[in-house]
Design a protein around this ligand. Structure first.
Ligand SMILES: C[S@@+](CC[C@H](N)C(=O)[O-])C[C@H]1O[C@@H](n2cnc3c(N)ncnc32)[C@H](O)[C@@H]1O
Length: 395
């Protein structure tokens, strides 16, 4: 199912374009549920036994699971279909964005003076990981259309097609689930200043403003266009969030000036060096008692070889060069290397609030680690998705 975005900034689609989007979402759902199931079965019945015969043991890592599956017909059809469907996601929304560009610019101009806004920095040296390749096969990557609304409009409508209804009507399910989890798990924590890093169009920033309305919320990204779009999108939803063009690994903020540094689906798009620097910067700008918290894909060391490879697939076939390197990291080491005490580290799994409801999030927040990483549900965009997160408070 494709969601119909529920905010006024979206590029409107003709009935044909809507049908195209529905078709692509439906196809992705078949691939990510049915074909993925077939591939899992092929792994158990054919690929793993073949590997066992050749090596005298089971595949032990994601890399070995990949090796075992290569050439298997179920893997081939899954991969070929998924790559084509990914290209179709972006193709299915391109016409509407192009047709709507002038109207969107006019709509954004109408809210130019509303609180919030986007502070772009034309002097910023936009890092290569943002523009040099078509990240997740998205044509033009995050800098498509420079500082126009194009990249943001494509990303917004594209993600609605891509997510098959699993990320909520305004694509904010991750933020809603995570912010609510933090609020319920740490009821005395009352952040006054919150920073979202790598926010793209701010879809998972806005839930933090909703969870902590009195807080000042700032969202940064290295790419200008998505910020321009995200800012108008936030204003039209009545959310006062400031968007700033900046690198998360080189923050222009003072030491000890934030209570929360948050990101979602961000760390896996950074090189190892950038990632380490982001944690150092988060540590620096957090006040004592502040919280760094990230939603991300669950790490390989908490997954079986096959399920680990299932997520690493994007690194090989979806133009996500840093994905596997990120998933091979141990999240607790990322916070520890930046200075966070290891006894202040925690990780958790949160049920999607749109699918399972607020009571399920409350239940998860009541346990220390209520849910182990579910191999087929955590971080997998498929039926029953749950989100993985980790964080640490600064002493
Ligand atoms: C996958 S998107 C994140 C999506 C979003 N946070 C969400 O919740 O779905 C990754 C974003 O990180 C941004 N980015 C990559 N490297 C960055 C850096 N060093 N500093 C700031 N933003 C960066 C990209 O421009 C892109 O918008």
């Amino acid at each position: 199912m494709t969601v119909e975005l529920q905010h006024p900034m979206k590029a409107d689609a003709t009935p044909q374009e809507t049908a195209r989007g529905r078709f692509v979402s439906g196809m992705r759902s078949l691939i990510l549920n049915d074909l993925a199931g077939d591939m899992g079965e092929a792994y158990e019945k054919r690929a793993a036994p073949k590997f066992r015969k050749a090596n005298g043991r089971d595949p032990e890592t994601s890399r070995e699971a990949h090796e075992a599956l290569r050439g298997d017909p179920a893997f081939n059809i899954y991969s070929a279909m998924r790559v084509q469907a990914q290209k179709m996601v972006w193709a299915s929304v391109a016409d509407s964005v192009e047709r709507e560009s002038e109207r969107l610019a006019a709509e954004a101009a109408k809210v130019a003076d509303v609180a919030g806004g986007a502070a772009l920095n034309p002097e910023l040296d936009v890092p290569k990981n943002v523009h040099a390749i078509d990240v997740h096969l998205m044509p033009g990557s995050y800098t498509r259309g420079a500082d126009s609304l194009e990249a943001g409009a494509v990303y917004d409508r594209g993600l609605a097609v891509f997510s098959m209804g699993l990320m909520g009507a305004n694509l904010d399910d991750i933020g809603l689930s995570m912010a609510q989890y933090i609020k319920l798990r740490f009821p005395d924590f009352a952040p006054e200043r919150i920073l979202d890093t790598g926010c793209t169009i701010g879809h998972n920033t806005l839930p933090w403003k909703q969870a902590y309305p009195a807080a000042e919320v700032i969202a940064i990204d290295a790419a200008p266009g998505p910020l321009a779009y995200g800012s108008a999108r936030a204003k039209m939803q009545g959310q006062d969030v400031l968007f700033q063009q900046m690198c998360a690994d080189d923050l222009a903020y003072e030491d000890e000036s934030f209570d929360v540094v948050w990101s979602s689906m961000f760390l896996h798009e950074l090189s190892k060096k950038q990632r380490a620097k982001c944690f150092e910067e988060a540590y620096r700008v957090l006040k004592p008692g502040g919280l760094v918290v990230h939603m991300e894909l669950p790490p390989n060391d908490q997954m079986s070889a096959f399920d680990g490879f299932y997520l690493d697939w994007d690194s090989y076939y979806n133009n996500e060069p840093y994905y596997k390197g990120y998933r091979d990291e141990i999240p607790a080491n990322l916070t520890a290397r930046a200075g966070f005490a290891s006894d202040d580290y925690f990780d958790f799994v949160v049920p999607s609030i749109s699918i399972y409801g607020e009571d399920a999030v409350r239940e998860a927040a009541a346990g220390d680690r209520a849910e182990a990483v579910g191999q087929e549900t955590t971080g997998r965009l498929a039926e029953g998705v749950m989100w993985y997160g980790f964080g640490a408070f600064k002493k």
